[in-house]
Design a protein around this ligand. Structure first.
Ligand code: ZN
Length: 274
């Protein structure tokens, strides 16, 4: 397979698995004019952004790693384009179904993955907004779903960027789904109903903890992540009130839970459990 020369029949290029795709007019025009086409997606002609080789290798099959002979690739975010990664210098092109991860930008709206670090999907966000009605802003969505609060986006997100880049637009579009209702009013209404519903008595097999030392959303995320790494089912952690609600301790005794939280630097000052 040699993609170095855009010639041959019908101006086509081949993907990593040998499937041909047509080269766009825009790309050909730019190439003809001698303009730089390094960052231009050949299939759609839009300008992509650079992603590291380590990002690409995390999302493509290991049998393709031998083709990644550059430290940088480009990501096409055009939802209508079939190319995900490309490197025009190498002539390496990955089509959507040659990438193992479902790419937010390329999937139809519905149940797309949104935050890859913390496995937050579009349907989860929709449920928070439309069903539970507990979120009225990006901050609230992050508080409830933790979307956009991960730290490994360059590797976990196939675009190599944090989902925060498209999260605000996504939330706005979900809020706009109610026909005839202006988004502003909807936001206002959601704002009024916003609250963290921590129960006063814990669920059977669960617990409510009062934690000292949390000072921001990052702390709440850290506590939640530590608990979930045990397999415990967490309903919510609220840094402002210091409350954390566990729905199911999965058989761990409360000492283990306490030890886990204290292990990451917070104090558990009160426990209510069944
Ligand atoms: Zn493209």
């Amino acid at each position: 397979m040699n993609n170095k020369f855009i010639c041959g029949e019908g101006l086509e290029l081949r993907s990593v698995s040998g499937r041909s795709f047509p080269v766009s007019e825009i790309f050909l025009k730019l190439a003809k004019e001698g303009a730089g086409t390094r960052d231009i997606c050949p299939a759609c002609g839009s300008r992509g952004h650079m992603v590291m080789k380590v990002t690409v290798s995390n999302h493509v099959d290991s049998s393709m790693w031998r083709l990644l002979r550059s430290e940088w690739f480009w990501f096409c975010s055009n939802p209508r384009c079939s190319i995900v990664y490309y490197n025009n210098d190498l002539g390496v092109y990955f089509l959507k179904d040659e990438v193992r991860t479902r790419v937010f930008h390329k999937e139809p709206p519905g149940d797309r993955p949104v935050c890859y670090c913390l496995s937050v999907t579009e349907s989860l966000i929709r449920e928070e907004i439309m069903v539970k009605k507990c979120c009225d802003s990006l901050e609230d969505i992050q508080r409830f779903t933790r979307a956009g609060t991960g730290r490994w986006c360059p590797i976990t997100n196939p675009s190599g960027k944090c989902c925060r880049e498209y999260l605000a637009d996504l939330i706005h579009s979900i809020l706009s789904e109610r026909p005839g209702e202006p988004v502003e009013r909807r936001l206002e209404e959601l704002g009024r109903s916003f609250r963290l519903e921590i129960r006063s008595t814990p669920a059977r097999g669960g617990a409510i903890l009062l934690i000292e030392g949390m000072s921001c959303e990052g702390c709440a995320v850290a506590v939640r992540t530590a608990l979930e790494s045990l397999g415990v089912v967490v309903k919510g952690v609220d840094w402002k009130s210091g409350l954390a609600e566990i729905l199911d301790m999965r058989g761990y005794n409360i000492e283990k839970i306490k030890e886990t939280i204290e292990g990451i630097g917070y104090q558990v000052s009160r426990i209510v459990s069944e």
